[in-house]
Design a protein around this ligand. Sequence first.
Ligand code: SF4
Length: 276
Amino acid sequence: MAKLGPFFDRLDKKSFLLFHVWEFAYRSFFKEYARLFFLKAMLKHPLKTIKRLRGYQRFIKAQENLFSRYKKSLVVPDEEAFHNRTRELEERPLLGLGFCLKPYDPKDPSRSCPSGRANHDCLYLETGRTQNICLGCAIYRLAKEGMNSGWSVYIMTSAKDIATDFLLPQIESDKFPAAVLLLCPYSVQAILPSLFICGIDAYLAAYDSGYCKDYKEWRLADLGSKEDRTSLSGESMEKLLNLISRSYTFASSSRAFKRECNIFYPISLDKPSSRK
Ligand code: SF4
């Protein structure tokens, strides 16, 4: 069965039936995250799934240089629609950051994230406090900008958690209609159909280094084993900071995050009990 991988890879290269997820779908067939999404999103919402997958096919058809675009950024459905939708939202989009961005040195805890590696935790998001190591962490830099602009923040770990925390709440109750997600180029193509099925407009920024290059590496990271630390190019970081900061800003500058399940929501310190 493993020998069929190159065959499905070729189907991806030809965008067979205007799908670009054959190899990932084939390898994911019996995995828990795929079963969960298939049962609780696709089978539970068949009409939405069929209608929105047509949107996905139109998107794939309209893309030029899809492979090279996976390596940088993609906007779903397109940049103008994404910005219009985020302006209409009562709450800011979700900022999804990979756990692999955390500083990590297995031999030196002082050069590693104080909150641990493959988890949704972050000292800064939870308490507002930092250690020296946080100051060079992309999660700190982006989340700090996000806090000023009222974005919710989510540290992404496994595909199963992403489905449970983000995708399924969206298809069920429209909880996260727009998102900015930092992903490896391999994940960008894998997550696209799910974003369409769940009705999420998204800006997807691909990591520049340290990312998983194929399913084998992706699956290890999905199970929490990821030694390399990912990073964004300077250009991508500036673009993201710009995208976040030019969005709506809360009137009050006193801000913090409040954790609900695995998502950190911005709150005003004037009204600590409620989210705006
Ligand atoms: S900012 Fe958060 S994720 Fe980054 S090193 Fe500090 S505690 Fe870890």
